[in-house]
Design a protein around this ligand. Structure first.
Ligand code: 2P0
Length: 340
């Protein structure tokens, strides 16, 4: 008998960044993120008992570079759940955003894949966990695929890394009291460049092992988590903007200070940063920027100010964007699982 499951997982944007790891994908400091809504990966997993096979299609095509990753990831699951070896698997993935847009897709893709493995094992009676533990397990395995992916298993405001009761280095969790207050924020993803990055996130994390400021950074990020949590709980939006921007620049500062040094932002990224700060100062609208490990800018803002922000993007930022492109995203409610 053939069975099938579809898992849709969104991407996420970190406000306090995970940068540096130890052991097996254990973060050196806790992180905090907004789960997005429109930027997502859909994975369909179809399985059948019989000969051992893993077929992988990305956007309808075979991809040997991705397939190797998927096979390694399947083997990781099999170490914990050997029953998985009974199945022939077909895995079909696609992203809602263009592959070449320069948006990190590892978070949404590994989270959707981990959820598919979890659902397969659940429906075959191998994984018998109550809901909370089921998602913790899926987040734990997402982390093993890609660190930031463990946050994409939850919606709203999410944290990963041990820093307060209920948090863990091994899996992420939602912070419901913050989701409740921040679920009406937008994220305009401003596409500056889709060129391949000179240094991958994996290499960037590794450079933190010998970074001269590593210890100070990890300590600082931990105290920033507490500060940001309190600021968000009190809905101090202007202070939120200051912290989020400083954190993004600190991440890119760490890259510039690594040995060897590397720079991922582009002149256009800096141009946007200056314009966002001027826009906030002039309008008093709490709109702020953050960046992933790349040149694109995430412009965060309260959705009630969407008209003003979109007008600002169109009038001032479009010339700095690659082909004038940006993605109209916002905070989302997390993964969707479709049985069929
Ligand atoms: C984050 N980033 O917290 C940070 C901020 C990018 C900048 O996690 O090696 O793809 O797969 O664990 O998760 C990007 O690194 O790295 C990342 P791996 P990942 O979102």
């Amino acid at each position: 008998m053939t069975n099938s499951i579809e898992c849709i997982a969104p991407s996420n944007i970190a406000l306090v960044k995970y940068w540096g790891k130890k052991g097996i994908q254990i973060p050196q400091n806790p992180s905090l993120s907004f789960t997005l809504s429109e930027s997502r990966t859909t994975t369909r997993m179809t399985w059948e008992e019989g000969h051992y096979q893993t077929e992988f299609l990305f956007e309808g095509n075979q991809s040997h570079s991705f397939e190797k990753k998927i096979i390694d990831y399947r083997e990781l699951w099999e170490k914990n759940y050997p029953d998985l070896k009974k199945y022939s698997l077909k895995i079909e993935s696609s992203n809602s955003f263009p592959h070449s847009a320069g948006i990190a897709s590892s978070a949404s893709s590994m989270a959707s894949l981990s959820l598919c493995f979890s659902e397969l094992l659940k429906s075959e009676g191998v994984l018998d966990l109550e809901e909370k533990k089921f998602f913790q397990n899926a987040s734990d395995f997402s982390r093993l695929g890609s660190g930031s992916a463990c946050r994409s298993v939850y919606g709203g405001v999410v944290t990963w890394g041990q820093w307060r009761e209920g948090t863990s280095d091994e899996y992420a969790s939602e912070i419901p009291e913050l989701t409740e207050k921040w679920n009406d924020w937008g994220d305009a993803i401003l596409l500056v460049s889709s060129s391949e990055k000179p240094v991958s996130s994996r290499q960037g994390h590794a450079l933190m092992e010998t970074h001269p400021y590593a210890e100070a950074r990890f300590k600082h990020a931990k105290s920033r988590m507490n500060e940001l949590y309190n600021v968000m709980l009190n809905e101090d939006k202007m202070r939120f903007c200051d912290i989020v921007e400083t954190e993004a620049l600190e991440l890119h500062g760490l890259m510039m200070n690594s040995n060897p040094s590397f720079i991922l932002i582009k002149p256009e990224s800096l141009g946007i940063i200056e314009k966002v700060r001027a826009f906030r100062k002039e309008t008093m609208i709490p709109a702020c920027f953050t960046l992933d490990a790349g040149p694109n800018i995430h412009l965060l803002y309260p959705l009630e100010k969407k008209k003003e922000v979109v007008d600002f993007i169109k009038s001032e930022l479009t010339p700095l964007l690659e082909d004038g492109k940006w993605i109209d995203d916002k905070i989302g409610t997390g993964p969707v699982i479709n049985n069929a």
